[in-house]
Design a protein around this ligand. Sequence first.
Ligand code: ASP
Length: 355
Amino acid sequence: MSRVLRRILTVALLGALLALPAAAAEELPNLVVLATGGTIAGAAGSDVQAGYTSGQVGVEQLLAAVPQARKLAHLRGEQISNIGSQDMTDDVWLKLARRVNELTATPDVDGVVITHGTDTIEETAYFLNLVVRSRKPVVLTAAMRPSTALSADGPLNFYNAVGVAADPDAAGRGVLVVINDWIHGASSLTKTNTTAVQTFLSPLRGLVGTVSYGDCEFYRGAVGKNTVDSEFSLDGVTALPRVDILMAHEGMDGALIDAAVAAGAKGVVIAGVGNGNMTKAAVETLAKHAQKGVVCVRSSRVATGRVGRNVEIDDDKLGLIASDDLNPQKARVLLRLALLKPRPAAELQRLFLEY
Ligand code: ASP
């Protein structure tokens, strides 16, 4: 090879190599980060104190705190709310769901990451799982320690959530929640510890996958109908029906069930003892309201397990619904959407088995 040719080839090769990072950067997926608040955006007076306030840090600060995430995706942020998720409202849910649907319908958006508080993340994730109309990755993340804490968990959780949303393999698995290196399905995860960093588990259905420094390993697809297969829609919806949750206990009477219905509840979910059980007085009160069209669902206050029909309580006779494997807070979400139109008891029961 002549010297000139060799020089030309060397220059061409060098040029190609130098151009590579730019080309790779252009190929990064476009993700939108929707921030809602929570401890991930929380701040305390010092890095070693338990007391703090959720929702103090804005989305731009959140993005600036994890510059490494820009190596995984093109990111832009929007602030949906900035609240502790204990204050989550229907208005924020509707705004968030509509924005996710708008964004994921846009060809230049490849996925959405949502930052949220841990207290109600399972409810928001499950709500979105039922009303988002896209197979594109929609990934929620959160933190147990505020952004100012020693060993804050938010930055790596956020980085991992971006890694999951940027992975084309995350598509079509329903809405996901990424926290502490684990990828949970919206219908399966639940918060199990008030303060521990390792608080979320997916007890019955298992993990969707794991993620290590943005690198994903997927184990399973979605369990239960979701997103593009869901029959629920927010079209024309401005408010969701009231559904209350009441916890069963020794000596429960029907007074609070009556009070919930008097306050306007169209549905009641009982966090029952054991397999969705409750006192005879509570069962009779439920049956009385069920006869008048209030939808009464039996779930369980027990951390894991299914609630089956007609086990110790005759659901067929009393007109009650069994929650199957939805915990009370997720049963409430499903029931609120189900109650957007009138449905016979058999259809309501089908929803609890399918979603
Ligand atoms: N109370 C906080 C919230 O849910 C807790 C957290 O984010 O960890 O917003």
